[in-house]
Each structure stands twice: as C-alpha cells, then as structure tokens.
Write a protein that binds this ligand. Structure first.
Ligand code: PEP
Length: 249
C-alpha cells in the first residue's frame, strides 16, 4: 500500500509570519492518516522544522546542488537541507527547469546526492501546452523520467510529481482522463525500469492548480497518490481542505 502524500510547495513565498500557517495546519491535523509535507523557502526551513517538531508534518527543500559542498555561492547542499531538518526535496520543478535552465541530467545528479543524503527526492515532470497540443505529452514525460530519475531509486526515496506546466498557477487543470493517462504511463515506465515491486511502490503526485474544490475528483483517479500543491498550500485553511480530501480518497 502506498501511503498518500499531500506536499506543499511555498516557492518564493513566506517570511517569519508564514510559520503560523504551518502551526495552524498541525493543529488542524494532529494525527493525519496520510503524509503531510511543507516545503518552505530555504530561509524558513530550519524554523519550519522546529515549528513542526512533535507534529505529524514534515518539511522539505525546494532544490539542492548536485555537489556535496564547495565553491557554489548561494547554493544549498542536500546535507544542509538534512541538517536544517528536511526529509525531502523537490527537484526538477518546471520553474527551475525554466528559470535556471535545469536539464534532465542536472535533475538526476541532484537526485543522486539528495538520496545519498537520506532525502526523498520529489522529481517533477510535465509537458508544456505546445507539447500537449502537438500530442507529444507521453514522449516528453518518458524522456524526463528516464533522464531525471537515478538508478538508485526505490519506493522509499523517490516520489514523482506530474505537473503539466500549463496547469501550474493558472487555474487550468487537465481532464481526469488526461491525468489518469499520464499517471498510468508513469507507473508502467517505473515498473518496466525498476521491476514491479519498486515500480508499484513509488508514490505519484499530481500537481497543477489543485484546490479543495477539485481535489476529491483528482484523488479518485487511478495511480494518483497525492498532490504537490503550490498556491493552495500557503494558507492552512486551503491546504487543510486538500488534506481532508486525500484522507477520504
Ligand atoms: C507547483 O508549482 O508545484 C504547483 C502545483 O503550483 P499550483 O498548485 O499553484 O498550481
């Protein structure tokens, strides 16, 4: 049985005051039947981990460097994330692929060091609108999966998030059939590469404009094990609605 996961990506949002949202979330869900993860900006990570101590919420990073240490001004290593209290890291988000030119091989190298450091790597894949309209979605996702996911992956250290780029922060969501088609495809690819045991144990998240109002329908789709949530994870009340929907799925 794959344990469901609701993961919040705060992106470049939140200063000290935002920690009260994490605290409110913990109060609203003292013993969730699913995993709940908040990935705040790096400046808040340690304090978020402290705020989450003794609760069922865990915290994660939004990126790490592919090197373990060294002359990389402004970057953060996987060990530093662990030291700050993280147990997971988002890698290969489309905003990083776009803003920082991250390629599949960069994501794979980062995922390797993250896994070596004991972090769960949440590897993001997803097509642009042009690629979907050209019926290239599965080719693009297939390439991202084989290029970005390292060989050492297991059901414990790998989580894959399907995030169509055109659905992120836009309020647009693929049809349930479209989500199901991609998630089934990802599952089949993982089973083919890693064998049925590992392939079936990796959690697959959907991400892109998930809200309390559409969460239930999305969570009913086969092979959707949870969500990676941007905007709706910033407010405890909104994220709570998504957690509630996932607990009932
Ligand atoms: C994201 O960026 O990971 C995301 C899913 O954003 P949103 O929920 O705001 O669409």
């Amino acid at each position: 049985m794959r344990r469901k996961l609701a993961a919040g990506n705060w992106k470049m949002n939140g200063t000290t005051a935002a920690l009260s949202e994490l605290e409110a979330l913990a109060r609203a869900h003292p013993s969730p039947s699913i995993d709940v993860l908040i990935c705040p900006p790096a400046t808040l990570l340690h304090r978020a981990a402290e705020a989450a101590r003794g609760t069922e919420i865990s915290v994660g990073g939004q990126n790490c460097h592919a090197a373990t240490s060294g002359a990389h001004t402004g970057d953060i290593s996987a060990d530093m994330l662990v030291d700050a209290g993280a147990n997971a890291v988002i890698l290969g988000h489309s905003e990083r692929r776009e803003d920082h030119g991250e390629q599949n091989e960069d994501v794979r190298a980062k995922a390797r060091v993250a896994m070596d450091a004991g972090l769960k790597a949440i590897i993001c894949v997803g097509e642009s609108l042009e690629q979907r309209e050209a019926a290239n979605t599965l080719d693009i996702i297939g390439g991202q999966l084989s290029g970005s996911i390292p060989d050492q992956s297991t059901g414990e250290n790998l989580i894959v998030a399907y995030e169509p780029i055109w659905a992120i922060g836009t309020g647009k969501v693929p049809t349930l059939n479209e989500i199901g088609e991609v998630h089934d495809f990802i599952r089949a690819r993982l089973e083919r590469r890693f064998g049925e045991g590992v392939g079936r144990s990796v959690r697959l998240l959907y991400g892109g404009s998930v809200k309390p109002s559409n969460a239930k329908d999305i969570f009913d789709v086969s092979n959707v094990d949870g969500a990676l949530v941007g905007g709706a994870s910033l407010k405890a009340q909104d994220f709570s609605g998504i957690i509630d929907a996932l607990q009932k799925a």
